[in-house]
Design a protein around this ligand. Structure first.
Ligand SMILES: C[S@@+](CC[C@H](N)C(=O)[O-])C[C@H]1O[C@@H](n2cnc3c(N)ncnc32)[C@H](O)[C@@H]1O
Length: 281
């Protein structure tokens, strides 16, 4: 089987997939351990028997609906190739908005930053890659995710201190943070999207929150104040229809300069605010 034949065959097998072309090239690149350009440059190259078998196995997995990132064990986020597994969420391009907003804030060169619910470490590692002077700490309540984020930190040579913690419970209160940010679970348990596509394979603990999807956001908003410096920022990714309710919670909890930010599709993706000065924890 040549590469071109493999592509045509794979597309036919995955005709039910949302983007069969992208799936096929990601799986073929994984099997060959090559970049996408290789597929375009060498269409007549033959796959070895072992490669053909591995490719067919990957296609069969994908036909069952398993996400490509879980089959290949990797996903790119902010140009960083991350190890991924089914202990946590596959990082989404949408979450790059959270990184962009964080980078747009005026923070000290040696800012202390905390990423809550870090999963693969995507957000924390993206920030560290852009601001090497920042002291970045990350946490998750899932031991496998903590181990995964630590491996990604090591593999990329980006120093992030990854802790096991139920939100801020086990994070020391001192020294405090200039920025706390999170992409927490925010989907309602009854959301019909949970029964479709890749999401079916992702752990519910990474996706679903009680109280109409707002329970974890509310906990973070309350807990973060005692870990922020005066004028420190809290940033949250939230669902596309949740911004008003999150803004309300931020105001009610006493945050100032409360704001919302859109992603490239003009969806309200991030909300946040500053801890007021001289406020008692
Ligand atoms: C939506 S995922 C986001 C993962 C990653 N930050 C990203 O953007 O790809 C939410 C993450 O929060 C973690 N999480 C859920 N509940 C938590 C809790 N009580 N304390 C700490 N982490 C929690 C999950 O394990 C999961 O890794």
């Amino acid at each position: 089987m040549t590469l071109q034949q493999a592509i045509i065959w794979g597309r036919q097998q995955l005709s039910q997939s949302e983007d069969a072309g992208a799936d096929v090239s990601a799986l073929l690149c994984f099997v060959l351990d090559k970049e996408k350009a290789y597929l375009l440059t060498w269409p007549e190259r033959e796959l070895t028997q072992a490669q053909q078998q591995q490719y067919k196995d990957c296609i069969a997995e994908r036909q069952k609906g398993r996400p490509v990132a879980y089959i290949t064990g990797r996903r790119e986020f902010w140009s960083l190739m991350l190890e991924v597994n089914d202990s946590t969420l596959i990082p989404r391009p949408d979450t790059e908005t959270l990184v962009e907003v964080a980078l747009s804030l005026k923070l000290p060169d040696n800012a202390r930053v905390l990423d809550l619910g870090t999963g693969t470490g995507a957000v924390a590692l993206a920030l560290k890659s852009e601001r090497p002077g920042w002291q970045v700490v990350a946490c998750d309540h899932n031991e496998e995710a903590v181990a995964l984020a630590r491996r990604n930190s090591l593999a990329l040579g980006l120093e992030v201190d990854v802790l096991f913690s139920n939100w801020l419970q086990s994070v020391p209160k001192s020294p405090k943070f200039d920025l706390i940010l999170s992409n927490p679970p925010y989907i309602e348990a009854a959301d019909p999207h949970l029964a479709t596509g890749d999401v079916r394979f992702e752990p519910h603990t990474a996706l679903i929150a009680e109280n109409n999807g707002l329970a974890d956001i509310e906990t973070i908003i309350k807990q973060a104040k005692s870990h922020l410096v005066d004028q420190g920022w809290l940033l949250l990714e939230q669902g596309w229809q949740q911004a008003d309710r999150v803004i309300d919670l931020l105001f009610k909890t006493g945050y100032k300069k409360v704001n919302r930010w859109q992603d490239y599709a003009r969806v309200e993706r991030v909300t946040g605010g500053k801890k007021a000065s001289a406020e008692r924890d």
